[in-house]
Design a protein around this ligand. Structure first.
Ligand SMILES: [Zn+2]
Length: 341
């Protein structure tokens, strides 16, 4: 584990540097030990009695296909599907981010409907307890934190509208933005999904001052990414690395100051990127074209990574320089949806 006093020689340039993380999923950010405790506290019947098997089940030790990767969410979401679990879990995420990485600005995202046990739990309870957990941690550590509520490609229009409604309702209490995620083609609904379906919802959220980020250009290609930028005009894009295949798309991102939330280790884990050579090409192209990008973990606990370790990896593989990394951190701080006080 890396903490503020334990630096590898490569990371000395980060001493005293406050980091910002914009892209981390609650489903992938609570430590396995904490999830194990929460599961037992709630009497959830797990598929194994062995902690070590459980840990293996919910952390990534080797690259997996994208769909297989998403299926790992099923257990973490199930365990997090109660107000109390979210209250405890959010504290764990915020405090861990500060202690392990000196992250002082942190945006965490989750989908409340995927945690309501098929309608059994009340969304307001889930969201309020999550916000209170976050706030409790902010009493202990000097972190500015915010929550992004996520829509999903598999959801009906009505369900996505429900999420945006809650984001607007809690905008003064710590919800800072909205997002869209979810796989395509797992069922009919997602196969039919098009970004324009949520255009009015995104515009409504923006009208209330919420930030807009959209997962695209990761598992989906440039066609969808074009639709996202043209129909939804997001402030930021989750991943978005597919843009390197299209000069006009990169120019569009630059001209509209759309910031990419890149997640390097996650891209290797999901096989979106083959290896470090391919990753080097991605960042070199983004840099050459002045596309604004940030570095994120996507969920440190399940990816078995930390933000500092991401930085270290990018340095050691000659993908980015120290200056690039400090710049990416600056971009992240400026692109955060968390309002400065
Ligand atoms: Zn993500």
């Amino acid at each position: 584990m890396i903490n503020t006093t334990d630096f590898s020689p490569n990371l000395h340039f980060l001493e005293g540097v406050e980091l910002t993380e914009l892209h981390t999923h609650v489903g992938f950010s609570i430590s396995p030990t904490m999830l194990w405790e929460i599961a037992h506290d709630q009497g959830i019947r797990l598929p194994t009695k062995s902690y070590w098997e459980f840990e293996k089940m919910i952390t990534i030790h080797e690259a997996k296909g994208y769909e297989e990767y998403l299926s790992m969410y099923d257990w973490t979401e199930k365990i997090q599907s109660s107000p109390e679990a979210l209250f405890t879990g959010m504290q764990n995420i915020v405090s861990g981010a500060y202690r392990k990485n000196n992250i002082t600005k942190l945006e965490m995202r989750f989908n409340p409907i995927l945690r309501n046990r098929k309608g059994e739990r009340d969304l307001d309870h889930l969201i309020v307890f999550a916000l209170q957990g976050m706030e409790r941690a902010m009493l202990k550590y000097p972190v500015k934190a915010g929550i992004i509520l996520m829509m999903d490609r598999r959801f009906s229009q009505q369900e996505n509208a429900g999420i945006v409604k809650k984001a607007i309702k809690y905008r003064h209490r710590g919800v800072v933005g909205i997002d869209l995620a979810g796989p395509i083609s797992l069922n009919d609904q997602s196969a039919r999904f098009a970004p324009r379906d949520i255009k009015s919802l995104v515009e409504e959220a923006r009208g209330f001052g919420l930030g807009v980020t959209i997962h695209t250009g990761e598992a989906t290609g440039i066609e969808e990414m074009w639709q996202v930028v043209e129909e939804l005009s997001p402030d930021r894009i989750g991943h978005g690395i597919a843009c390197i295949q299209d000069q006009k798309l990169m120019d569009h991102l630059v001209n509209n100051k759309i910031v990419l939330e890149t997640c390097p280790t996650s891209n290797l884990n999901t096989k979106v990127l083959k290896d470090f050579d391919e990753m080097r090409h991605v960042y070199a192209t983004l840099k050459k074209n002045n596309v604004l990008f940030t570095i994120n973990t996507d969920g440190p606990e399940m990816q078995c990574i930390s933000l500092r370790a991401e930085f270290q990896k990018l340095l050691e593989h000659n993908i980015l320089t120290k200056e690039d990394l400090l710049r990416a951190n600056q971009v992240a701080s400026e692109a955060s949806f968390i309002k400065q006080e």
